[in-house]
Design a protein around this ligand. Structure first.
Ligand code: SF4
Ligand code: SF4
Length: 547
């Protein structure tokens, strides 16, 4: 198929698409390289694997310092339902297990395993399914889980959990997301162009696992070669129909909720997830990893990363082993340190500044942007809000950024939640268009973090209060039990005294010669004790007289 015929198809498809509010047109700055092969970055001396490079519980090490490991060997196992395994990206020796800094806006450190490469890059023997097309949904999920696959579009949610159809949830449409709308980033484009078959076969497996009727691979309309290659591959597989759809280039069309809206016209309601409206969105690189896990039995140990920016000699997409130090990549791409102004992980809209290059790559690392001052000028000083409303006009989630900014700034946590701050996808459209240069997204991140902190504190104090109340209840019960016991003891004492007195009386009565006459008296006629005492007295007097 020629590129011209592709664009004819596009016009037909666009007619069936829907729109979403807001969004911005941004300069793409992408490398549209047409290499037939994605080049591999060489193996570094050391790899640092974070045990928390996915959403959910951190993985736990199953190796010890000094162990020899092979490429593809499990070095940390998943814990709990939402977690993912970590595998050795190359062969070598476990050199350390401990806390190391990882790329994160907060400068976070996490537990990591450090592997010193032995230079052999020797694989653990592995093989894929004999007949992948005949696997059951359960088998597909097992392969994906064993391979430690997570969402590579940035979410890093464990894929085995995502493709596990929850009871009562029916996924009718699977969307494979190749809409890489963020400027500078082109790793998904390279993948779709050069490994289109992996994407399509991976998409088919996921569709089968989810029992989804429909599968759409979506990509932006500025990469016709990728569209052509994907379309060509899907023609071979007519049993499960996979549609390849181009969408207009607009930021942030690759956002999960925006893409669903463009392709289906469905809106994901606030506080809901796509699965609740029958749609699942999975990134193209994740689909390719699912393909590798099932067809080749290969775990997720590498990913394609865009190395770009004016401070690099070569902008390129390379396949990188997870845990590779960022400085190793910058060296690979020929960094000119004199020209470097900002080092960013991700793109200029949603990425974050890296404090240093001595940090490892993660499963979520899709781009390293080494920008010059000309490319990304330092932020100008923020000025007061002029209430122009541009931020709201461009917000793809139909939020009111101006109000959210105001209440975040004033730490009014109730109000920011009333304005649905948690629906904000942090796309940065509002900051991008703000004429007052207000770093709105930073305020929203701060606001969300404060709400989380507040909720945690509230949860803590609720737990403490519950503990206190339970303790009070326990003490009250103990007090009552003690009182009951005391009462019971007093009654028992009284009973014993009465019994003793009665026994004494009976004994005295037994010693009385006129026993029969006493016995004949009705019991309640006179107090038996008094009567006994009288009898004792009478006996004493009788004895005196006898003397
Ligand atoms: S775009 Fe900026 S100046 Fe305009 S209303 Fe929004 S925050 Fe205020
Ligand atoms: S960052 Fe949030 S508030 Fe701003 S445009 Fe994006 S979704 Fe809307």
């Amino acid at each position: 198929m020629s590129i011209n015929s592709v664009s004819v198809n596009l016009k037909q498809k666009v007619k069936n698409l829907f729109t979403y509010p807001g969004g911005v047109k941004v300069d793409s700055h992408k490398i549209h390289d047409d290499d037939t092969n994605i080049r591999f970055c060489n193996v570094p001396e050391r790899l640092t694997l974070s045990l928390s490079q996915h959403i959910g519980s951190p993985a736990i090490p199953v190796v010890n310092i000094g162990d020899k490991v092979l490429k593809g060997q499990v070095i940390a196992d998943q814990t709990g339902h939402i977690s993912a395994r970590i595998h050795a990206p190359t062969s070598g020796i476990i050199e350390a297990i401990g806390q190391y800094p990882i790329p994160h806006p907060s400068g976070l450190t996490t537990k990591c395993i450090v592997i010193k490469s032995d230079g052999n890059d020797e694989w653990l023997p592995h093989k894929g399914a004999t007949n992948p097309e005949s696997l059951s949904p359960y088998d597909i999920r097992t392969y994906v889980e064993n391979a430690g696959v997570v969402g590579l579009g940035g979410a890093t949610f464990p894929s085995a959990v995502k493709i596990d159809k929850s009871p009562g949830v029916r996924i009718h449409t699977l969307i494979i997301n190749g809409a890489e709308c963020e400027p500078y980033i082109s790793c998904d484009e390279a993948l779709m162009k050069q490994r289109a078959e992996e994407v399509v076969l991976g998409a088919r497996l996921i569709q089968k696992a989810l029992l989804a009727k429909k599968c759409i691979i979506a990509l932006e309309d500025d990469i016709p070669i990728a569209y052509e290659r994907l379309t060509e591959i899907t023609r071979h597989y007519l049993d499960h129909k996979v549609d390849v759809v181009q969408i207009p280039e607009l930021y942030p069309s690759g956002g999960e909720k925006q893409l669903i809206q463009i392709l289906t016209g469905l809106e994901v309601p606030t506080k809901k997830i796509p699965a609740q409206i029958g749609v699942s969105v999975i990134n193209v690189a994740t689909a390719a990893s699912v393909y590798r896990a099932v067809y080749q039995g290969e775990p997720l140990i590498s990913r394609i990363i865009t190395l770009t920016g004016g401070a690099l000699k070569t902008s390129t997409n390379v396949e990188v082993l997870l845990g590779t130090p960022i400085e190793h990549l910058l060296h690979h791409a020929g960094l000119d340190e004199q020209r470097l102004s900002r080092l960013i992980m991700g793109g200029p809209m949603m990425g974050f500044n890296l404090p240093s290059a001595q940090l490892p790559t993660l499963k979520a690392t899709n781009c390293i942007l080494a920008a010059t001052e000309d490319e990304l000028a330092p932020l100008e000083a923020a000025m007061p809000c002029i209430r122009c409303g541009r931020c709201a006009d461009h917000c793809p989630m139909s939020l009111l950024p101006q109000q959210m900014y105001w209440y975040s700034k004033n730490h009014d946590l109730k109000k920011i939640q009333d304005y649905n701050i948690f629906d904000c996808i942090e796309c940065g459209c509002c900051s991008y268009v703000c004429p007052s240069n207000i770093p709105l997204v930073q305020y929203f991140r701060y606001g969300k973090a404060e709400v989380h902190k507040d909720r945690c504190q509230k949860e803590k104090s609720d737990k403490a209060r519950n503990r206190h109340e339970l303790r009070e209840q326990r003490l009250e019960i103990i007090k009552k039990e003690k009182a009951e016991k005391r009462k019971h003891m007093a009654a028992r004492k009284k009973e014993m005294a009465a019994k003793k007195a009665k026994e004494a009386a009976e004994k005295a009565a037994d010693n009385n010669p006129d026993n029969s006459s006493l016995e004949s008296k009705p019991e309640n006629e006179e107090d038996p004790i008094k009567a006994a005492m009288k009898r004792v007295q009478a006996k004493k007097e009788a004895m005196k007289k006898q003397q």
